[in-house]
Design a protein around this ligand. Sequence first.
Ligand code: EPU
Length: 332
Amino acid sequence: MNIQTQVSLAPYTTFGIGGNAEFFVEVRSVEELKEAVLWAKEKGISVTVLGGGSNVLVSDRGVTGLVICNKIEGITYEDEMVHVGAGVVFDDLVLETVEKGLWGLENLSAIPGTVGAAPIQNIGAYGVEVSSVIESVHTSHLTDGSERVFSNKACAFGYRDSFFKTEEGRNYIVTGVTFHLKKEGDPHIEYKDLQNYFIDTPTQRQVRDAVIEIRSKKFPDWHKKGTGGSFFKNPIISKEQYEVLEKKYPELPGFPVGDRVKVPLGWILDKVLHIKGVTNERGTVGTYEGQALVIVNHGGATAEEVDAFAQKIAEDVFGITDIRIEREVRSI
Ligand code: EPU
């Protein structure tokens, strides 16, 4: 175990932002993870876990205690079950399962981040949420490294939400995920962008390729431009509130979720607030020109600037629509 001190976290995040970790270690197995956790316990310092760093905004002041970078690798197949280490790059897994003809992950192509992060915020795209193919989630406890497996039900998945986001759930470090994929599958192309794409029933490979192409138009390439993807969740509002807004903005899309309505915040930012592609005064932070819900680092942005920019958006949205929005990106 190689514990380093004062390691800059910016290169470990897709935003490319963040100060130093007081202590930093990369772990490659459940045993190494336990060793690291016990080391921090003995020193009496806090533990923060980083996966692909694609959904986090790390403070400019850095992180005290031990930051563990989860690099637990490995993909093993057992009929339709796939056991995957938390440190595997999520899209590498998608590609491999598509090549093997195992259905279920193709709509989630080209999402940044690691497998371990996927269940925490229940990543989703193009009509599919990862919770629909998760069999179980393997974890180690933050305080002593003890192992526990959560069934799909025990994960309490919701829209960009799970047990692992709760106060209690934050004590569990995801070490691996077991997926239940399907040898015989059907394409899910109900999502508008995908529907418009095909005339005949597509193959799994064609779905993946289409998703990659659609995404490339809407999202910046995170290898080239700092971003955390959608910065906020899409708000889920009451029917009454939706009807009030719909009168004012007849084109406002809305998707029923139980007796409530999910509205695309990207649409509101673009068509109501007209802030697609705008930047802060210094030109360091902005909304992406292809998708207003995505906040980008145009170069040299600080976490404080991103915070202030996002805060202003949230206030403006509330001022105009009366909707309180919630961040999807986690601040560390
Ligand atoms: N829209 C605009 N202008 C914009 C952005 C969006 O008019 O600037 C409109 C679109 O035309 C569409 C609607 O708003 O009618 C929804 O937009 P889109 O299909 O791009 O999806 P989204 O709701 O903004 C969600 C997820 C994405 C996911 C896409 C595709 C959330 C917070 N975001 O975005 O996930 O890739 O759907 O399925 O749920 C992420 O979570 O980080 C993320 C990127």
